[in-house]
Design a binder for this molecule. Structure first.
Ligand code: F6R
Length: 235
C-alpha cells in the first residue's frame, strides 16, 4: 500500500486526477470504477480540464460506479447518475453507453444487483477503482456489519450515513434509506484501488489502514489488496 499525504484538497485532487488520467493514457479502453461524494469532485474537475485541453481522451473509456440510491431516477438531482453527469460524464468525451451505475429504480432489486455484478465481470473488471471513505469506514455503501458483503447488493443505510448525506438534501426525510452498492468482493476484484480522503477523515483512515481487519471497519479490508494507493489530505 502506498500512502501519499498532501496538505490540501486541491493537491489531493491534482494527484488523484494524475493517477486516473495516467490509467486512461496507459489503457485508452480501460474500465474506471468511480465514486460520488465530495472527495472526488476536484479530481473530476481536473480530468474534465485535461480532456478539454486535449490531454486526455475518454472516447473508449468504460466506467462502473460504486453505488446508487434506491428510488432515485437519473433525472433526480440527488441521484448518483445525475451527480456523475454533472461532475464528469457531460464534461468529457465519454460515450453515454459506456457509463454504468446500478439502476436504483429497477423493479426487482436482487435481479438488478446480479445484472450489475455480471456487467462488471463482462467488462473484465475495473482496472482502477476510485474510492472515498465514510466516517464509519464504509466504502461504497458497505456499512459496518457482521461480515464483508461479497457482491453487488441492496443495503439499508445506517443512521450516521443518512445524517452525513442529508447535507445534500433539502430535508433529512428526503434522504433515501436504501441503496444498491458494489460488495466488498466486487471492490477487491479491481486490479488497482485509489482511495482519497479529505482532512476530516484522519481518524478513520488511521483505523482502516493500521487497525485490525474487521467488517466493523469495512475499509480495513483494503489492507488485503495488493495494489492500493491512498491519497490523504491532512489540512
Ligand atoms: C460514494 C460512496 C461513498 C463515499 C463516502 C465518502 O459513491 O460510495 O462511500 O465515497 O461516503 O463521501 P465523501 O467523499 O462525500 O466524504
Amino acid at each position: 500500500m502506498r500512502i501519499i499525504e498532501t496538505n490540501s484538497y486541491a493537491e489531493m485532487s491534482r494527484l488523484a486526477a494524475g493517477i486516473l488520467g495516467a490509467q486512461v493514457l496507459l489503457k485508452p479502453d480501460c474500465v474506471l470504477g468511480l465514486a460520488t461524494g465530495s472527495s472526488p469532485i476536484g479530481a473530476y474537475a481536473r480530468l474534465a480540464e485535461d480532456c478539454a485541453a486535449g490531454l486526455l481522451d475518454f472516447s473508449q473509456v468504460r466506467t462502473v460506479n460504486l453505488d446508487e440510491y434506491v428510488g432515485l431516477g437519473p433525472e433526480d438531482p440527488q441521484s448518483y447518475r445525475y451527480f456523475m453527469e454533472q461532475n464528469l460524464f457531460s464534461r468529457v468525451n465519454i460515450l453515454p453507453e459506456n457509463t454504468h451505475l446500478p439502476n436504483g429504480c429497477a423493479a426487482d432489486l436482487p435481479a438488478e444487483c446480479a445484472r450489475y455484478e455480471a456487467l462488471i465481470d463482462s467488462l473484465g473488471g475495473a482496472d482502477l477503482q476510485l474510492l472515498g471513505i465514510g466516517h464509519n469506514g464504509h466504502i461504497g455503501f458497505n456499512e459496518p456489519g457482521p461480515d464483508f458483503p461479497r457482491c453487488v447488493h441492496p443495503v439499508a443505510l445506517t443512521e450516521s450515513t443518512i445524517r452525513a448525506n442529508s447535507r445534500l438534501f433539502p430535508r433529512i426525510e428526503d434522504v433515501p434509506t436504501q441503496a444498491l452498492t458494489m460488495g466488498i468482493g466486487t471492490i477487491l476484484k479491481a486490479r488497482r484501488i485509489l482511495l482519497i480522503a479529505g482532512a476530516d477523515k484522519g481518524d478513520i483512515i488511521h483505523r482502516a489502514l493500521f487497525g485490525p481487519i474487521t467488517p466493523q471497519v469495512p475499509a480495513s479490508v483494503l489492507q488485503l489488496h495488493p495494489d492500493v494507493t491512498v491519497i490523504r489530505a491532512t489540512a
